[in-house]
Write a protein that binds this ligand. Structure first.
Ligand code: SF4
Length: 320
């Protein structure tokens, strides 16, 4: 259990459906009612609360994190090494000059129903919004390039980190708050799309498990779930080179995402096709996402969409 990365592969591929992340969370929740938790658990569990404040002064935070003394102290005190640096410029300043709408429920409700499918609500997550803001900016550009209008939803804690660490009461509370918000936004009937697949799938899996009926009725799509059905309606462009592009599925996506399970719903050739069709950042976006996953240095196994092992063995540095 200690080495489990919460990829959820066992939960769907085990013939008797042994869900290690789920029972590990329940175990930790009980275990630490009796024993003292490590300090780093609190740090990880509360990172989503701290990040919006840290992102107000990202250069100061990054400067502090880069100091050898701070690094040594953090390692000795909480066992946390290689803390990632915050994005500079921040997401807020990156999209300030882009035609990306800020979330305003009344204004969005005033949009005629027939026009609402032209809008795409971007569901933020802590890892890309604060550590890889360029990915979110690229996704907003992709939406614009496709003739749609991006709406940046306010950041709401997803809570996956609290679930992994077994803070189940805290997870239930933040999941309920976020689910209530997303259910309200879903009533607008605009697509909700999240950039980080693991956190998107958390809304379907862990949220359903902990909230049951009170989860509400909303769907958050991964980027390629949203993108793929549109490919057939877009004219190819011939101005992009013919090089192959590769999309690496997140380990959680492989077992959990129905579209990927069907295999071939999106593939490198589909992406190459997409690149010709869109002539765009669409192909830059997954590449950036891959780089962001790599930069996390988590010991994750990246598979290509055909299921071939690409490589494994990244150093696990922090998160969970
Ligand atoms: S690493 Fe993945 S497959 Fe292994 S126990 Fe954890 S969730 Fe299951």
């Amino acid at each position: 259990m200690n080495g489990c990365l919460a990829c959820k592969a066992c939960a769907s591929q085990c013939p008797i459906k042994v869900d290690v992340p789920s029972f590990r969370a329940r175990f930790l929740n009980l275990y630490y009612t009796r024993y003292q938790r490590p300090v780093k658990d609190y740090l990880v569990a509360n990172i989503e609360t701290m990040l919006p404040y840290m992102a107000k002064v990202p250069k100061v935070v990054n400067f502090a994190l880069k100091q050898p003394l701070v690094q040594k102290l953090t390692e000795k005190s909480v066992g946390y090494i290689d803390a990632p640096l915050l994005s500079v410029p921040t997401l807020k300043s990156r999209i300030k000059h882009q035609p990306v709408s800020e979330f305003n429920l009344e204004q969005l409700q005033a949009i005629p129903t027939a026009q609402r499918q032209d809008y795409v609500c971007i569901v933020q997550d802590p890892f890309t919004s604060f550590y890889d803001a360029q990915v979110v900016e690229d996704f907003a550009k992709l939406i614009l390039k496709l003739g749609k209008k991006p709406v940046m939803l306010p950041f709401k804690p997803n809570g996956k980190a609290t679930h992994i660490k077994g803070f189940l009461a805290q997870f239930a509370k933040s999941a309920q708050n976020t689910a209530d918000f997303l259910a309200e936004v879903a009533e607008l009937e605009m697509p909700l799309v999240g950039v980080d697949p693991a956190l998107v799938l958390c809304y379907r899996d862990e949220y359903t498990e902990i909230l049951a009926q009170s989860r509400g009725d909303f769907d958050v799509l991964t980027v390629h779930e949203w993108l793929t059905p549109m490919l057939k309606d877009i004219e190819p462009s011939h101005t992009v080179d013919e090089a192959d592009w590769y999309l690496f599925a997140h380990c959680t996506e492989k077992p959990k995402c129905q579209m990927l399970k069907k295999s071939g719903a999106i593939s490198s050739s589909t992406l190459a096709d997409a690149s010709r069709r869109f002539q765009l950042v669409a192909v830059v976006w997954p590449a950036r996402l891959v780089m962001s996953q790599i930069s996390c240095k988590c010991r994750k196994i990246f598979m290509d969409l055909a299921g071939h092992l690409i490589w494994t063995g990244f150093r696990q540095s922090a998160a969970w």
